[in-house]
Ligand binder design. Sequence first.
Ligand SMILES: CC(=[NH2+])C(=O)[O-]
Length: 127
Amino acid sequence: MTRKAFSSDRTPPPAGTYSVAIQAQGLIFLSGQTPRDVHNVRHGDKPFAEQARMALDNLQAAAEAAGSSLRDAVKVSVFLKNPADAKEFDAIYAGYVGDPPPARTLTQSNFAGFDIEVDAVLLARQA
Ligand SMILES: CC(=[NH2+])C(=O)[O-]
């Protein structure tokens, strides 16, 4: 089975040993995105809504680098520092995904020094 990795100058550079996106057969796996910009500047001090949009915009850019879109997501994982942000996140998130929305897991995490991290699995578009 072959794997195809994708990178993008519209996403932050990987912070470690991972691909921004990697395709395996008909699925594309997107690595976690945070509110870090393309110049590697961290925006964990910004209001939650701004961080959420930045993380989701990065995730969408990663999807597009792999020739797909969050509209084609089948599974999204969301890591929030503060569970109280879940409702605000959901309202923002609804503007990024398709209908029906993908399966989703939402968990609390305080690992990366951001209020949010998101990753996703997408359907690859046929060439
Ligand atoms: C930021 C991230 N996705 C990682 O694995 O470090």
